[in-house]
Ligand binder design. Structure first.
Ligand SMILES: *[C@@H]1O[C@H](CO)[C@@H](O)[C@H](O)[C@H]1NC(C)=O
Ligand SMILES: *[C@@H]1O[C@H](CO)[C@@H](O)[C@H](O)[C@H]1NC(C)=O
Ligand SMILES: *[C@@H]1O[C@H](CO)[C@@H](O)[C@H](O)[C@H]1NC(C)=O
Length: 323
């Protein structure tokens, strides 16, 4: 009997939503569910507490293999007041701009109890044209999974959640509601700019492009728009005067901040072109060992080592190029 009822409702739902009748019923059934709250548990008590508050847990230990307690990411879904932006901070300096720009600090160090960097999540609930509700979160522990989510349009939090703890890499991926395209790119080499960039709707790619050097951290930022016409659809890196001249002749626009600022390495600059075919939807940095997994149709990896001055953890720019 209940089977028949289920079938009846599924059919009613399908016909009403397709044909546009029973609109109230249809809109109730298809009401969007957003991520509205995020939390981190670093011990069994907190785990129980979050569970009591009806948070849902992503069942991947973010501390796996380390001496620390298991650490988990939790979320709540709802139909109003979605989280629209998510960042991870792995140094104290990274926190100041987030605080000033009104981002909410999530308690719980993701690397609690191990020797890795102290990592915290920060989220924002905004309604500007740059805000895009988060619908889903995924945690990956392998390069192949990473490449798949990237291709599917998930936004990558570039900060390895096991950062400096050594061993495997763990990443968080964010699925957003609206399809948006990168319209602006900038680079920062001083934390003083952070507040303004967050306020202007920029997303920071949370990995230091000077990682491993003792120079200023350098970050790449992007801002997205729903309009496909103003989108960036090509991105290259110049590594010497000759390539700079070439890109200039080919009408690329230069982002005027050297990614290697302060280091002894050759300057590296980002150059881009705009156009509505193959607009770039997201941008991240990946590690050397991920290159093989990311080199597949639908993903571009720029094979220029970013943090050249140091060979510890070579990083590369990557972006999906499918719509
Ligand atoms: C995190 O790093 C530790 C080393 O500190 C490693 O043993 C562990 O496998 C890593 N976590 C995962 C999920 O791979
Ligand atoms: C390096 O960082 C310091 C402190 O944030 C800042 O004052 C300085 O301008 C930065 N240097 C460059 C080249 O951005
Ligand atoms: C390359 O560019 C730099 C900065 O513009 C300049 O100082 C240098 O002389 C150039 N080198 C060559 C070989 O053109």
């Amino acid at each position: 009997m209940s089977r028949i009822f289920q079938l009846f409702f599924v059919l009613l739902y399908m016909t009403s939503c397709v044909k546009g009748t029973y609109t109230t019923f249809c809109s109730i059934m298809s009401k969007m569910e957003y991520i509205t709250d995020i939390a981190v548990s670093t011990d069994a008590n907190q785990k129980q507490g979050l569970s009591n508050q009806h948070f849902k847990m992503i069942n991947v230990d973010l501390n796996k293999g380390t001496k620390g307690n298991p650490v988990y990411l939790w979320y709540k879904k709802g139909t109003t007041k979605p989280i629209t932006r998510l960042q991870a901070a792995f140094t104290d300096e990274m926190k100041s701009g987030l605080t000033k720009a009104g981002y909410h600090h999530v308690n719980g160090n993701v690397n609690e109890g191990n020797k890795g960097d102290e990592i915290y999540f920060w989220y924002y609930k905004g309604i500007t044209e740059y805000d895009n509700p988060i619908m889903d979160l995924k945690v990956t522990t392998s390069e192949n999974e990473e490449a798949e989510y990237f291709k599917m349009g998930y936004e990558h939090l570039a900060c390895d959640l096991n950062r400096s703890a050594r061993g495997k890499y763990i990443y968080l991926w964010v699925k957003k509601e609206k399809k948006m395209f990168i319209s602006d790119i900038t680079v920062s080499t001083a934390y003083g700019l952070d507040e303004r960039l967050f306020n202007q709707g920029y997303t920071r790619v949370d990995e230091d492009l000077n990682r491993g050097s003792d120079r200023n951290a350098s970050f790449i930022w992007y801002r997205r728009s729903q309009s496909q016409s103003g989108a960036i659809n090509d991105l290259v890196l110049s590594t010497n005067n000759q390539t700079e001249v070439d890109f200039q002749l080919q009408d690329y626009t230069k982002v005027g901040v050297n990614l290697e600022e302060g280091t002894k390495s050759q300057p590296i600059f980002v150059w881009y072109k705009k156009g509505s075919d193959n607009p770039i939807m997201s941008l991240t940095v990946i590690r050397e060992i991920s290159i093989t997994a990311f080199l597949k149709p639908g993903i571009v990896v720029i094979k220029t080592k970013l943090n050249k001055g140091n060979d510890q953890i070579p990083l590369y720019l990557a972006f999906p190029n499918v719509v």
